[in-house]
Design a protein around this ligand. Structure first.
Ligand SMILES: Nc1ncnc2c1ncn2[C@@H]1O[C@H](COP(=O)(O)OP(=O)(O)OP(=O)(O)O)[C@@H](O)[C@H]1O
Length: 602
């Protein structure tokens, strides 16, 4: 019910077109059923000597054309009438096709855009947890299933109903006994078709799923090609893909074999039905109980009837498939969007940050941050260190309102973070994520992503700060170099630096680097930090790193342990205390000494 309501809502603005398409199909079927009647009258009454057996409207048409005597002398008028009827039918079929296709395309476009827009506004957590492949399938093939149903099958249901109504009414008015014979196998064919397509639906679904598995294997292989090569897993990957391909082939074969059987058996049933009409019709005509023209009408109507009856089962089972797709689309649309109250504050952000007893959990009862309190003044640089999983990324994600904290308080320049507009806060906080994603665009487009109006000078300045300007100029196409899918044409360190340039271009009052200098060497790391501190005076900077050399110049370093602050202080203060920071410093400075000693030796 919820799903049909959703479909009905999406049809808004196109409902009239649909009604027009169904009415047109009704007219087309009406004219299709008229044609055999014209032939019947021509055979029986104009060429033959039988009296005219026509409804009042038919009599009026004959009189309009000049009466029976004129028609006998000008038989071409009957042919002309047939041509006109076929032409009118053609016009209505054209209108049906035009309106239903246009309505279906509009509805599909509407659905696609609504879904895409909705996905853009879903919480970050949804995207972290959802399966991307599945979401893509909902936005593409599920919408296409709905589109195909609306474009063809919905109108086909109307067509089948009109064919049944018109032909049965006409046949009943001509000969009741023959009508019963003509309809005898119809319920059987319909029931067989319905049961068959309902049964094969499961196979359709299995084949669909198997195809999705095959595509996923292919997509994973292509994305992870480097891992595959590095671990020499080509044979394993080929075998895995072949197994999926084999499974898909078997299911598809089974499906086509079953469908082949269905069409053969239903063809046979239809032949039997047509044969029965012919035999009974010839018998009745020979006995003089029925005219030759009426026999012609019955055989023609029989042909018209059987095709939609056979299709109706398929249409109804496809309607089931469409319902599944609509349900899957509805599931995404029912997900709650990130709240952005219109009255949320948009204060001037200077960069004072305070955490007070902050508690945060992803899953109920499993604290990720607990009792976290600290203050940062505008322009300070804060380092964050901690073992993996200690909550460093979660802490900075809270600042960007990618998640909301459960207890405690986070204030930016004295304003509670939860009261600040999400878009506003994200506009004022530049964050370089741990795994930066670059779009398949030019380097220039990637850097100016958050500031479309940026001029070359600003782009170059940002690239200079990120120590990537000279590297970019070294590429044949410079800033116009295209970044491949997920930035594969760039090295890890180059990708990180482009991501840094993309963030610093915006001159946000708060900058966050989530372990985003890990893939660059210590020299470049130092150069970037130096350039940043020169350009970003007054900017509050948070740097997450496992490298003491990156953190030691920070005003304050926060050491996190299992979601709690283990210690906080400057480099000088922390190396005097026992704890993680001191241990890491000792390990890293001794390995540095080893490295230098080794260098000297070599
Ligand atoms: N979206 C999520 N849903 C559920 N749990 C999560 C989610 N993201 C992180 N976690 C869990 O929260 C804890 C803290 O993760 P977080 O990424 O903040 O750690 P981290 O200190 O940044 O680690 P690393 O140094 O490896 O990046 C971990 O136990 C992690 O498994």
């Amino acid at each position: 019910m919820k799903n049909s309501k959703l479909l009905w809502n999406f049809m808004k603005g196109n409902r009239l077109k649909y009604i027009g398409a169904i009415v047109s199909v009704g007219f087309a079927i009406f004219f299709s059923t008229l044609a055999p009647l014209v032939i019947r009258t021509t055979i029986d009454s104009i060429l033959g000597g039988n009296p005219m057996e026509l409804p009042a409207l038919g009599v009026k048409v004959v009189n309009f054309l000049g009466g029976k005597s004129i028609l006998v002398q000008n038989i071409w008028i009957c042919s002309l009438l047939l041509i006109i009827i076929t032409l009118i039918k053609g016009i209505f079929l054209f209108l049906k096709g035009k309106w239903s296709a246009s309505a279906a395309e509009n509805i599909a476009k509407n659905m696609r855009e609504t879904l895409y827009d909705h996905i853009q506004h879903l919480p970050y957590d949804y995207h972290v947890k959802c399966k991307t492949g599945d979401l893509i399938q909902r936005c593409t093939s599920d919408i296409d299933t709905v589109r195909r149903f609306l474009a063809m099958q919905l109108v086909d249901i109307g067509r089948a109903i009109f064919v049944l109504i018109f032909s049965i009414t006409m046949m009943l008015s001509l000969n009741v006994k023959m009508t019963l014979i003509a309809m005898a196998a119809v319920p059987i064919i319909f029931a067989y078709s319905f049961v068959f397509f309902n049964g094969i639906k499961k196979l359709f679904q299995d084949a669909d799923e198997s195809e999705a598995k095959m595509t996923t294997a292919l997509q994973e292989n292509l994305s992870g090609v480097r891992v595959v090569r590095a671990f020499g897993r080509q044979k394993y990957e080929v075998d895995k893909f072949n197994a999926k391909s084999e499974e898909f082939k078997d299911l598809s074969y089974k499906m086509y074999a079953l469908r082949g059987n269905y069409w053969a058996i239903s063809d046979f049933l239809c032949m039997l039905q047509t044969g029965a009409v012919l035999i009974a019709g010839v018998y009745l005509t020979a006995r003089g109980d029925m005219t030759l023209g009426t026999l012609f009408v019955f055989t023609t109507y029989e042909g018209m009837l059987l095709w939609p009856v056979r299709q109706l089962g398929r249409i109804l089972s496809d309607a089931g498939k469409m319902t599944v797709s609509i349900k899957r689309i509805n599931e995404v649309l029912s997900e709650k969007e990130e709240e952005t109250p219109l009255d949320a504050a948009k204060p001037e952000i200077k960069g004072n940050i305070s955490f007070e007893d902050v508690y945060f959990e992803y899953e109920k009862g499993v604290p990720v941050l607990d009792g976290v309190s600290f203050n940062i003044k505008t322009g300070e640089t804060i380092g964050i260190m901690g073992k993996t999983g200690s909550g460093k990324s979660s802490l900075v994600h809270l600042l960007a309102r990618l998640y909301d904290y459960n207890k405690g308080s986070i204030r930016i320049d004295g304003v509670e973070l939860k009261d600040i507009n999400r878009k506003w806060i994200r506009k004022n906080i530049g964050i370089v994520l741990q795994e930066p994603f670059l779009f398949s665009k030019t380097i220039k487009d990637n850097i100016s992503l958050a500031k479309r109006e940026a001029v070359d000078k600003e782009i170059f300045e940002a690239a200079n700060i990120a120590a990537i300007h000279d590297v970019i100029l070294g590429f044949d196409r410079g800033y116009e170099t295209l970044v491949g899918e997920k930035g594969v044409t760039l090295s890890g360190g180059q990708r990180q630096r482009v991501a840094i340039a993309r963030t610093v271009i915006n001159k946000s009052p708060i900058l966050i680097f989530d372990d985003s200098l890990s893939a660059v060497d210590t020299e470049t790391d130092r150069a970037i930090r130096k350039a940043l501190s020169k350009r970003s005076r007054g900017v509050t900077t948070l740097i997450i790193s496992h490298r003491v050399s990156t953190l030691k110049e920070a005003d304050k370093i926060i050491v996190l342990d299992k979601g709690k602050i283990a210690s906080i202080g400057s480099h000088e203060e922390l190396i005097k205390q026992e704890g993680l920071y001191k241990r890491v410093w000792e390990i890293q400075s001794s390995s540095k000494a080893d490295y230098h000693n080794d260098s000297k030796v070599s």
